[in-house]
Design a protein around this ligand. Structure first.
Ligand code: SAM
Length: 187
């Protein structure tokens, strides 16, 4: 795991997410809230300091929100940031070995984490395993993220076959990167 997500790096990332990028997380949260069924269980993979979950918790108190991240320091920040929301928690875990039983979530989301995954192809069966039938995965990331690899692996393994993988640009509201890409996989 890059040092940037540990110790001082995690504190700096926490500060930037909360103070500089808040508007972007608000936008992404609105996009996710529009797609989340009432009372859905939602997992945020690579949640970092959990600011996306904070915004989602504000918008949709009906959702049950869980963040997971490889970095214990990021999870500590997320736990602090989510303390005021009794519908949101965060814990340590790897996208290739998620610490949840099969069929745990209605929706899995991830923002700006997938380009850090060492083995995106190993993430795909794990995302499918924790998702309930007819659930969705929504991955938001930079254009250079491993979207091709995620979609190709899903096709090769016969996973996420309910609809063809869909990739769309999403405005971020941030001047220095105006759009990110959203990949939707449907189980
Ligand atoms: C750039 S940060 C994004 C954090 C947050 N989602 C956001 O939008 O600000 C990437 C995060 O992905 C996490 N990460 C990297 N590889 C991971 C993996 N294999 N499993 C879970 N989390 C991972 C890192 O620890 C880091 O917190």
């Amino acid at each position: 795991m890059p040092h940037v997500f540990e110790g001082r790096g995690s504190r700096l990332y926490n500060f930037v997410s909360r103070r500089v990028l808040r508007r972007m997380y608000r936008r992404l949260a609105r996009d996710i809230a529009a797609a989340a069924p009432q009372g859905a269980a939602v997992l945020d993979v690579g949640t970092g300091p959990g600011v996306l979950l904070q915004e989602l918790a504000r918008l949709r108190p009906d959702l049950r929100l869980t963040g997971v991240d490889l970095s214990a320091d990021m999870v500590a920040n997320a736990t602090r940031n989510l303390a005021a929301h009794d519908n949101a928690t965060a814990q340590v875990g790897d996208v290739t070995a998620l610490p949840f039983p099969d069929d745990s979530f209605d929706l899995v989301v991830s923002s700006f984490s997938s380009h850090h995954w060492d083995h995106p192809e190993a993430a795909v069966p794990e995302l499918a395993r924790v998702l309930r039938p007819s659930g969705r995965v929504r991955v938001y990331d930079f254009r250079f993220a491993p979207f091709d690899q995620l979609a190709t692996t899903a096709g090769e393994r016969g996973l996420f076959t309910a609809e063809p993988p869909r990739r769309d640009p999403v405005p971020t509201g941030v001047p220095f990167f105006r759009r990110c890409t959203r990949l939707v996989l449907a189980a």
